[in-house]
Design a protein around this ligand. Structure first.
Ligand code: F6P
Length: 556
């Protein structure tokens, strides 16, 4: 990939054509769906077990074809193939980008930079699965011989968000006798609250950090170590206690050893796995312990199914490609800044937070991968909450506000908990109430309610403006039979590849994250000032000095 630089997408014919179309674009979704009977079938795609309805997006055949042409003109397919082949497409860190290799089946083969990637991946998986089985079966015990009941994952960013999200999403698949807790924040409240009530004899800590140099994680790991040694029964040997109660996941096994964790109890991964793409590496250890190796293997198979779809499906029916291109259309041509993800599944309540790191750490960039500045918007602000909670909070703005907010709606045909509400002689399947809301929202957003419809209902004339729904608010509906481990893998991989497509069109490096570094450095520099070093504080700007001064006055 090093030979040729990124294409500036604004220099392509397709970009110019899209700009012309977007000027005064007034597609009417009511008309689009009514007048073109082929539209819904044509824009309803399948990827693995996902059923994806793009038909309520603000586009038409012309936009669709031009977006696909844009992908051709900037070389999305070539960049995708380079990623799958292990080329160093993470240019600023000179690394391959191979999270897709984490889910290749054992019989596949891939050699990258002299490394037999698939064999290495499956060797680590074998160790992760064996360790998880020992914990689940009670064969692995704490130092006093008690079986493990609580697993505490200590990690942040990609070493936290994926495991938490999947642990919550796959709650029905969890082992009965085991629970997980997750400590991430440097706010000491997090460790204090998560350790509260735990029995040290039955607690296992997993220190998860790709670099093993992250301030939050190492601080929390030390807090947990101190807590363990303080609360174990008197006479417990500290070294044996740490060996039985601490394991690690990292690419930096030397630093794991320095921390005092036996590297026999450490699980590695590689620099070609980005933190936000690491759920399906050994970073998923807490999840493997919770749901078991068989279910984790199903999750990986789901990821792989979506990888294969992205790699091989024709462009016109390639779901990640088309969803990524639509996001470019909204961002660069229709003026959208944010993107809502609205799972109609309480189990996916951490999915939007997970996607925030995936999408915004990947695509929040202002220069292309050769360092040249972009002359167009990149990234989208991803946000969301599960339906129907969001309906009673922020949907007002999506329905009637002045901003364009493309939204992805996600729902499952089969509920995890099929509850029935029996009242007044009626039996109501509550999942059907949820799905009725799911279907209603995208309908309301697309088709709205006109002043004439309101008048026909007898709405008083002075209330007609406030009660009018303009419609033409774009949504994508994603459905699947049920939220299984495999379907979760398919969903996550779908968004990984959507993110990839957008980054490829924008010509940026979606796999570095230099933007998080400056704040980390400044925090280190400021620490003495916060602790009372007046000389260090005096070197800071007046606003920072004033804030530190307020802190010091009020801390006491
Ligand atoms: O600060 C951002 C970041 O580097 C993320 O990219 C990463 O997921 C997170 O910190 C945690 O990093 P590590 O796993 O190395 O502790």
């Amino acid at each position: 990939m090093s030979g040729s630089g990124p294409v500036d997408p604004t220099t392509t014919g397709a970009w110019a054509q899209l700009a012309r179309i977007a000027d005064g674009y007034d597609l009417d979704l009511r008309r689009q769906l009514r007048d073109d009977p082929a539209w819904v079938p044509h824009q309803t795609l399948r990827a693995g077990e996902l059923f994806v309805d793009l038909s309520k997006n603000l586009f038409d055949d012309g936009v669709d074809a031009t977006l696909l042409r844009l992908a051709d003109e900037v070389g999305v397919a070539a960049r995708r193939d380079a990623m799958f082949a292990g080329e160093h497409i993470n240019v600023t860190e000179d690394r391959a980008v191979l999270h897709t290799a984490l889910r290749l089946p054992a019989e596949a083969s891939l050699e990258v930079d002299g490394q037999q990637v698939v064999a290495d991946v499956h060797e680590v998986l074998r160790r992760v699965y064996a360790f998880a089985e020992r914990v689940r079966s009670g064969d692995w015990t704490g130092v006093t011989g008690e079986r493990i009941e609580t697993v505490v994952n200590i990690g942040i960013g990609g070493s936290d968000l994926g495991p938490v999200m999947a642990y919550e999403a796959l709650e029905p698949y969890r082992h009965d006798g085991l629970t997980c807790r997750f400590i991430s924040n440097i706010d000491p409240t997090d460790a204090a609250q998560k350790l509260a009530g735990l029995n040290p004899e039955t607690t296992l800590f997993i220190v998860s950090s790709k670099t093993f140099g992250t301030l939050e994680t190492l601080t929390n790991a030390r807090l947990c170590k101190a807590w363990l040694l303080e609360h174990l029964p008197a006479g417990s040997d500290p070294a044996a206690a740490v060996a039985q109660h601490f394991v690690a996941v990292s690419t930096a096994l030397d630093k794991v050893a320095e921390f005092g964790i036996d590297t026999d109890n450490a699980f590695g991964f590689w620099d070609w796995v980005g933190g936000r793409y690491s759920l399906d590496s050994a970073i998923g250890l807490s999840l493997v312990i919770a749901i078991g190796p068989a279910h984790f293997a199903e999750l990986l198979a789901g990821f792989h199914a979506m990888d294969e779809h992205f790699r091989t499906a024709p462009a016109a029916s390639n779901v990640p490609l088309k969803m990524g291109l639509l996001n470019v259309w909204y961002t660069n041509f229709l003026g959208a800044h944010t993107h809502a993800v609205l799972p109609y599944s309480q189990l996916l309540h951490r999915f939007p937070a997970y996607l925030q790191q995936l999408t915004m750490e990947s695509n929040g960039k202002s220069v292309r991968w050769d360092g040249s500045p972009v002359g167009y918007d990149t990234g989208e602000i991803f946000w969301g909450e599960p339906g129907t909670n969001g309906q009673h909070a922020f949907y007002q703005l999506i329905h009637q506000g002045t901003r364009l907010v493309p939204a992805d709606f996600i729902a499952f045909a089969r509920p995890a908990y099929p509850l029935v509400d029996e009242h007044d002689g009626e039996r109501v399947d509550v999942h059907e109430l949820l799905l009725a809301n799911f279907f209603a929202q995208t309908q309301a957003l697309a088709f709205g309610k006109t002043p004439d419809e309101l008048r026909a209902e007898g709405v008083a004339e002075e209330l007609v403006p406030a009660r009018t729904f303009p419609g033409n608010r774009p949504t994508t509906s994603i459905m699947a039979p049920a939220l299984t481990p495999s379907v979760l893998g398919q969903l996550v991989a779908l968004y990984e590849h959507i993110t990839f497509v957008q980054g490829a069109v924008w010509g940026i490096d979606s796999f570095d994250q230099w933007g998080v570094e400056l704040g980390k450095q400044l925090a280190q520099q400021l620490r003495p000032a916060v602790g009372g070093d007046a000389a260090v504080a005096a070197q800071k700007d007046p606003s920072t000095q004033s804030l530190i001064g307020y802190y010091q006055e009020n801390r006491a």
